[in-house]
Design a protein around this ligand. Structure first.
Ligand SMILES: NC(=O)C1=CN([C@@H]2O[C@H](COP(=O)(O)OP(=O)(O)OC[C@H]3O[C@@H](n4cnc5c(N)ncnc54)[C@H](O)[C@@H]3O)[C@@H](O)[C@H]2O)C=CC1
Ligand SMILES: O=C(O)[C@@H]1CCC=N1
Length: 270
């Protein structure tokens, strides 16, 4: 069976998902994109999808709507289409907006909250999914299949984990880029590498380090680190610098501020 899968908002996160689903025969994909320039870009890049400026048709019980607009635009955007989405399955990828808020806006109780991340576009995504009890096993299997097609899934035992995963997966993509930028910038500014060489060398190192973790599931990450950190060697000096300056405390603070912002957004955009 082919499910109609409608993306409401065709921005960065939506594209990371639908770009990876384009050859998947299980879904007939449509995109609602109100910005004309972006809609034209999508029509050019994805001729296989139908792109609309607004949702004109009413969605049926088996249709799936993925809400992928920014949280601050959600209330107004959803209000404009609420009569057409009363019966469909609603999946939100929005940060911070609780499912009860979406139920209040739409009158539809079949709301699934998810938190994906942009490596989905490479099939390397990580998505937390919370399905309420009224979602049937058959519907759950379809919902999981969307996100399994773009990476790993984490079935959240309660909705709070969809917010708690923000500083573990979704926002963390940017945190890791920020960390990488620091290494590249200093390699260029202090040590004279070209920007391209620094980017390639640091990126290869990040990929290699990550692959070492994946390939050695039984070795603690601390042990992998110890194997690089010789007594009185060079690495030790760098790690000591991080420890002295409380890098792990800074990471913990960044994670807490990120998560707390999700809780704040729930109140701000209801
Ligand atoms: N970017 C990321 O890494 C992640 C984003 N998210 C969530 O995904 C959602 C979208 O974020 P991004 O893709 O980054 O933002 P974005 O700004 O790239 O995409 C939003 C798109 O929705 C369109 N839009 C706004 N109102 C509309 C309407 N009424 N009808 C049709 N289209 C409309 C905008 O023109 C824009 O293209 C947010 O709620 C965010 O919290 C979740 C996980 C990761
Ligand atoms: O920064 C944001 O609000 C979104 C949610 C997770 C990643 N980007």
């Amino acid at each position: 069976m082919t499910n109609k899968l409608v993306f409401f908002g065709g921005g960065n996160m939506a594209e990371a998902i639908f770009s990876k689903l384009k050859n998947n025969p299980a879904f007939k994909i449509e995109i609602i994109q109100n910005n004309n320039e972006r809609a034209q870009e999508l029509s050019h890049n994805y001729p296989e999808f139908q792109i609309w400026q607004t949702l004109d048709s009413t969605l049926d019980k088996n249709d799936i709507l993925i809400i992928a607009v920014k949280p601050q635009h959600a209330k107004e955007a959803i209000n404009a289409i609420k009569e057409k989405i009363k019966d469909c399955i609603i999946i939100s990828v929005m940060a911070g907006i609780p499912s009860q808020t979406i139920i209040n806006w739409t009158g539809n109780e079949r709301v699934i909250r998810t938190m994906p991340n942009t490596p989905a576009s490479l099939g390397l995504g990580a998505t937390a999914i919370y399905c309420p009890e009224l979602v049937t096993d058959q519907e759950k299997a379809i919902i999981y299949s969307i996100f399994e097609a773009i990476g790993i899934i984490y079935p959240a035992k309660d909705e709070s984990f969809v917010d708690k995963v923000l500083p573990v997966t979704s926002s963390t993509v940017a945190f890791i880029y920020y960390f990488i930028e620091g290494f590249i910038n200093h390699a260029v500014e202090k040590y004279g590498f070209t920007a391209t060489d620094a980017r390639n060398l640091v990126n290869q190192t990040v990929m290699g380090s990550s692959a070492m973790i994946t390939s050695n599931p039984n070795i603690a990450i601390e042990e992998l680190r110890a194997r690089v950190t010789s007594k009185k060697g060079t690495t030790e000096q760098g790690i000591l610098t991080f420890e002295t300056n409380g890098l792990h405390d800074i990471i913990a603070q960044a994670m807490d501020n990120c998560y707390n912002r999700a809780l704040e957004m729930a109140k701000e955009f209801n």
